[in-house]
Design a protein around this ligand. Structure first.
Ligand code: AHG
Ligand code: MN
Ligand code: MN
Length: 332
């Protein structure tokens, strides 16, 4: 089989298909290379001083792990100097990070969750990086306002899963493609092209510890799945919850299913648990490009008009039929 590196794949997307610009190609290459650095840091585990808490809180009042901070720095350092970005924003920083004056500036904005699933780091379970790319509106400074664009405006998005292997999943305007890191050569290699989420599913993913806090439509939906062959769905379902959105969503890309982090009584005041700009939007973009759907129960995630950089949102995504059913239950 012909082995196609990420670099070659991107050059062909640019030259032959004109799906990406040269600056966007550079941006994706730099993000991928930063993710290799993060994979190396994570891989050291207890051999290096990378596990445990950093002793600080982020802007959202969450305890930062050392690897949250390390991953954030790796992404910032890698992306500052290439001249492809106007600015960056991250889960781990209160406001946008401006490109230092000594470097040229480009037209793109990069948003990321440098390390998704931090609670899984210290127990050696898959974690990831999620990223989203927008265009900086012309003539605008990369202040918070410049980033507040609906998810439909994303020019590309993706995630890396640091699991048994390191996998980069990239959604471009023409589809979703996966690249596996060859640890011997240090190259990402194309391992799956044009991924499509299987339409039929018998698997769901939700933190059932919050069941008593759910709203009625979500409760109804999950009750029906749990009723199995004896319920209205007339078939048995299976449940999986890794607790790292990247891993749970990647499973859905691989074998179908539905993932929910709904509004509940605990997170209602904040508007949900997951963050719109660097968790929900990029994942919704990937899922839609793979033939699935993503909603907050009432509206398509990608249509939501953001008001704040760290805005939270209810998320339900995956196989199209399940997401449509969830929309229907919410409308009723
Ligand atoms: P992060 O580690 O970036 O803060 O994100 C964690 C998120 C997401 O990855 C996961 O789906 C969810 O939080 C898990 O929440 P619970 O701890 O409630 O299961
Ligand atoms: Mn996250
Ligand atoms: Mn995170």
């Amino acid at each position: 089989m012909r082995s196609i590196s990420l670099s070659r794949f991107l050059i062909e997307e640019q030259r032959e298909k004109q799906v990406i610009s040269s600056d966007l190609r550079l941006l994706i290459e730099v993000v991928a290379s930063a993710c290799k650095g993060i994979a190396l840091a994570i891989g050291k585990g207890g051999l290096a001083d990378v596990l445990g808490s950093a002793g600080s809180d982020n802007v959202q009042g969450e305890v930062q792990k050392k690897l949250d901070v390390i991953s954030n720095e790796i992404l910032l350092d890698a992306n500052e100097w290439g001249g492809h970005l106007a600015g960056m924003a991250s889960e781990e920083m209160e406001g946008p990070h401006a490109i230092p004056n000594r470097y040229p500036k480009g037209e793109y904005l990069l948003l990321f969750d440098p390390l998704d699933g931090s609670s899984n780091i210290d127990v050696n379970i898959s974690v990831g990086t999620i990223f989203s790319v927008l265009r900086c509106p012309e003539g605008k400074e990369p202040t918070e306002a410049a980033f507040l664009q609906p998810g439909t405006q994303q020019v590309c998005a993706g995630y890396t899963v640091y699991g048994p292997n390191t996998l980069l999943v990239l959604a471009l305007s023409d589809g979703v493609h996966a690249f596996t890191l060859n640890r011997e050569t240090g190259n990402f290699v194309l391992t799956q092209e044009n991924i499509q989420i299987p339409a039929e599913t018998r698997e769901f993913s939700i933190n059932t510890a919050n069941a008593r806090h759910w709203e009625a439509p979500v409760k109804r939906y999950i009750d029906e799945l749990q009723a199995g062959v004896d319920g209205p769905r007339a078939m048995d379902f299976n449940m999986r919850w890794v607790g790292s959105m990247v891993a749970d969503v990647h499973r859905i890309l691989a074998r179908g299913g539905v993932f929910l982090y709904p509004i509940d009584e605990k997170n209602r005041a904040q508007g949900g648990k997951l963050r719109l700009m660097y968790e929900a939007n990029p994942m919704a973009y990937v899922v839609e490009k793979a033939g699935g759907a993503a909603t907050d129960g009432y509206q398509r995630i990608l249509d939501l008009v953001p008001h704040r950089l760290h805005q939270r949102v209810a998320v339900m995504l995956g196989s199209k039929d399940e997401v449509e059913r969830l929309n229907r239950y919410h409308a009723e």
